[in-house]
Design a protein around this ligand. Structure first.
Ligand code: TXA
Ligand code: MG
Length: 308
């Protein structure tokens, strides 16, 4: 197995090396503004097939095609409706993925056999330089093992895929930190398939948007809506009480453990704005001390990985 390789995305020679690997059907991890992607030539069936293999991703979960120029969509989609044109004008480059009926140019493996293809233009200079240098669209899922949290650093990619990826372009921590919003466009209306970097409110200024039925209602329009996704290996509980309330109750349980001389489990706390120090937790990660949602999103996956 080739040795894992992290190189700086700022060096043009590394971008060239990455592009030439892609041309040969290789897999290159690269930064985007959302999370790191595991890239392959979108028109090379064998290369895309390897993406599924190394991620251990089920064949039914389609990939996003990344373009460096909005004009590229004409090769990928059958038509570009006016609502899509407006969304592209407003949000590209940026964390919005649009899903529309595909042309025959797009291999079926990219879309997992679906008749639509998801496309986005990332807002990251390294990603855009790579696509330009390569000269073709890049199919890329997030560069993590299937089901696990998405990588927001080159190091996180290395942890998951170091042994199987050909090259990792290091562009530092990703800015947005959560994935792109995935929006399917049907008859001028939007169906939200995955929440992400662009909010529903922002989209609503341009077109009507409905929520996807999701897996619970029996239809799963986007496989990425699967019940378990972006999950750490360690069990995770969502606490909806206030921080103070929760810690108070936990302290009571802790006291009982002490009285009965039962050893306290190893707990980690992922807190939005709570304190850093507490005797109850082995480790505490605070997402945003100032309660800033953008900052919290940027830290979410990195913090989950750290606690894991
Ligand atoms: O921010 C992002 O979108 C990152 C970066 C690397 O661009 N990519 C990413 O890709 O998150 P991935 O493969 O982890 O998630 C793609 C999501 C999945 O939920 C998938 O089911 C959905 O997009 N998707 C892709 N093509 C689709 C299609 N034709 N119809 C419906 N959903 C689709
Ligand atoms: Mg993913």
């Amino acid at each position: 197995m080739a040795s894992p390789k992290i190189v700086s995305a700022s060096d043009p020679r590394n971008i060239e090396a990455a592009a030439s690997l892609l041309k040969k059907g290789g897999l290159v991890a690269f930064p985007t503004e959302t999370v790191y992607g595991l890239g392959a030539d979108a028109f090379n069936t064998a290369a895309v097939c390897r993406v599924f293999e190394v991620k251990k991703r089920p064949q039914f979960d389609p990939l996003i095609v990344h373009v460096g120029d909005p004009q590229e969509v004409r090769r990928l989609w059958q038509a570009v409706p006016p609502s899509a044109e407006e969304l592209i004008r407003r949000f590209w480059p940026g964390p919005l993925t649009l899903v529309l009926p595909k042309t025959e140019n797009v291999p079926d493996i990219v879309t997992a056999g679906l008749s639509t293809v998801a496309v986005r233009m990332p807002k990251n200079r390294h990603a855009l330089t790579l696509i330009e240098c390569f000269g073709r669209p890049i199919a890329a899922p997030s560069a993590n093992l299937y089901g696990y949290t998405s990588p927001t650093s080159a190091q996180a990619v290395l942890e998951d895929l170091g042994g199987v990826v050909d090259l990792i372009l290091d562009g530092g921590l990703t800015e947005v930190g959560i994935e792109s919003t995935v929006l399917k466009i049907e008859s001028g209306k939007g169906v939200l398939l995955r929440p992400g970097g662009v909010s529903k409110e922002e989209l609503l200024r341009i077109l009507p948007v409905s929520e996807s039925a999701g897996p619970d209602e029996g239809v799963c329009e986007s496989p990425g809506l699967a019940r378990s996704h972006y999950a750490p290996w360690t069990g995770l509980w969502l606490v909806e009480d206030s921080y103070a309330e929760f810690v108070k109750e936990l302290a009571q349980v802790h006291k009982v453990f002490e009285e009965k001389k039962v050893s306290w489990p190893r707990l980690g706390l992922l807190s939005f704005a709570g304190q850093k120090e507490t005797a109850l937790f082995e480790s505490v990660e605070v997402l945003s001390p100032t309660r800033d949602l953008t900052e919290a999103a940027a830290r979410l996956f990195g913090s989950l990985r750290k606690l894991d």
